[in-house]
Ligand binder design. Sequence first.
Ligand code: PLP
Length: 390
Amino acid sequence: MTLPLPIYLDNAATTPVDPRVVDAMVPWLGEHFGNPASRSHAWGWEAEKAVESARRQVAALIGADAREIVWTSGATESDNLAITGAALCHQDKGRHLVTVRTEHKAVLDTMAALQAQGFDVTLLDVQPDGLLDPGALAAALRPDTVLASVMAVNNEIGVIQDLATLGAICRERGVLFHVDAAQATGKLPIDVRTLPVDLMSLTAHKTHGPKGIGALYVRRQPRVRLQALIHGGGHEQGLRSGTLATHQIVGMGEAFGIAAAEMARDTAHAQALHQRLLAGLQGLGDVRLNGHATRRVPHNLNLAFGGVSGEDLMLAAPGLAVSSGSACSSGSQQPSHVLRALGLSDECAHASLRISLGRFSTEADIDRAIGALRDGVTRLRASPPVFSAK
Ligand SMILES: *Cc1c(COP(=O)(O)O)cnc(C)c1O
């Protein structure tokens, strides 16, 4: 017996794999199984060709050279390699690192692990709209600062940081600038030829590709040096050993190729659905969008519903697959560290729900979500709390 699945509005957690991506992957799981590192026969050569073609597709989406793309298992690994790899490699310069309170745990926990090893980490606050003040970054940089890490698009609230300004500050001070772009690819144009970014983490599964494959962009001019974290056969210019997962890599290449070709359409689609959802919830009153109103991707709506808890609202609307303000650190009922960093009270953070849209979200999905949320919020606001601690 299978349960009917709820309407999927949780694209910030992962996206459905585009059927075109699945089609591109299948042959490389089946008859074309060669190891791309096999140099002595055609099984290897054809796999290597597929891997290099995918590398060009991924590079093209961000304006990089294919030689600047290192395959990893996803953005978590890319964040680890960028931050720890740079910190270990450049200890002669210093042991100070800078990041932001609203980063993904893959960045924050990597920083914490380095701190436990004696590195000095500065965690910057954001403004109430979720944006980092460039002046705060400039003030935090020191002569011994090796790297600063700031995400492109926030996974919980969708705000877009000003990478051009932040990167320019780092470059001027000789500090490496790492960007976690897991939530940005296919949602906004990125061009590392003009952006002063040295390292950029990418992942396939937030952009309609498969899980378990990602990449790290490592700038060649000026060349960024890293210490490898995974040792073995010397794959990926010695930066990340291990047999390449041809089918996954082909899937990421296809997903990023489609993203490049369809970004304008995908964005317009998300924008229309975003407006439709907000308009449909208008009559409820006391609904607030968390994060900056316009410096954001339209795919994300993190909404605070006055007087209800996000957890209760999810229970009241079981037909919707969304996330609550406290669901991010799996299982914990702690309010989200991102919402707290905006200065929201625990109550307000708990009242928040993240609805995230993707290429395959439809108007019908949105209309059903509007109905379910209106019903749920109205019911919860009308009923007294089950118990009160007072
Ligand atoms: C999803 C996500 C990650 C983790 O990526 P994986 O590929 O799942 O390891 C890291 N950073 C951000 C901003 C994300 O949204």
